[in-house]
Design a protein. Structure first.
Length: 275
């Protein structure tokens, strides 16, 4: 009897052998596929799939996470396409579905969801042992974070400027930050009526966000917008930011799920302990 694994949309996938040809449209999952030992079966990736650097350079690019080169994917003749609900455009995925036999949809929303992500890909591609090893490492990190006391802080996590954009509390990023007792503002859930998962706001003017007064720490993420130290210094010079700690944070460590979450939790614990 075949082993089947169920993805984020409820689709069951059968276990495949070494003949699988995988195209990944999700940077963090490309890294996870390599961590599972699937090097020889990864035949395509996006230009944003940059880890592990020494291995992805040998894998052909098929465009970006949203601007996918459909014909480039077709030419690679994949048996499996790995996508994500937040990162990839639904219309593009449906177009690719017409010629890719198996489309595996992912949607981790909390650090704990990585456990089921490991299990899903491990079961489909016959890497159960490697998936179990990653799960053990992640559970150890989660346990360590849960048993340590971190000072509570209200934080603003910036992902974009012009307009300024941040994260709602039902995002993976916000859930990662909660592991170290950092609560993101504004206190909104993106799944509620009229609310966005990545809301925009204003620092100044008539529409200045009122909840900014409660922010203690402003974190400028290095992705998807490439915030730099110069952006931090500009905000630090703004008199309206008085009393707030403003700093860069590694966006990959906070927003990349998959294998990176193990290192990401350790990174956050170190940052919170130094606060």
């Amino acid at each position: 009897m075949s082993t089947r694994a169920v993805d984020a949309t409820g689709v069951a996938h059968e276990k495949v052998g070494t003949g699988a040809r995988i195209v990944s449209l999700v940077p963090s999952i490309t890294e996870l596929l390599f961590a599972l030992g699937l090097d020889r079966q990864i035949v395509g990736r996006t230009g944003f799939c940059v880890h592990p650097r020494d291995k992805v350079r040998n894998v052909p690019k098929v465009g970006g996470t949203k601007a996918v080169n459909v014909e480039a994917v077709r030419a690679l003749q994949p048996t499996h396409l790995i996508v994500n609900i937040d990162e990839n455009e639904r219309d593009t995925v449906e177009q690719l579905r017409t010629f890719v036999p198996h489309v595996v949809v992912t949607h981790p929303q909390t650090p704990h969801d990585n456990l089921s992500l490991y299990a899903l890909l491990g079961a489909i591609f016959g890497r159960e042992r490697e998936a179990s090893n990653l799960a053990d490492q992640l559970e150890a990190r989660l346990h360590e974070a849960a048993t340590r006391a971190f000072r509570p802080q209200n934080v603003l996590y910036l992902i974009w400027r012009e307009p300024w954009m941040t994260v709602a509390r039902d995002t993976y990023i916000s859930a990662m930050l909660r592991l170290v007792n950092w609560q993101t503002l504004p206190d909104v859930q993106g799944g509620t009526a009229g609310a966005a998962r990545y809301p925009s706001f204003e620092f100044a003017g008539a529409n200045r966000a009122p909840w900014l007064a409660d922010v203690e720490r402003i974190l400028l993420s290095t992705e998807p917008y490439r915030f730099t130290q110069a952006h931090c210094e500009a905000l630090q010079r703004d008199p309206r930011m008085g009393g707030k700690r403003i700093e860069l944070i590694d966006g990959e460590m906070v927003s990349w799920y998959g294998a990176r979450a193990i290192e990401g939790i350790a990174y956050l614990m170190q940052r919170a302990a130094a606060a």
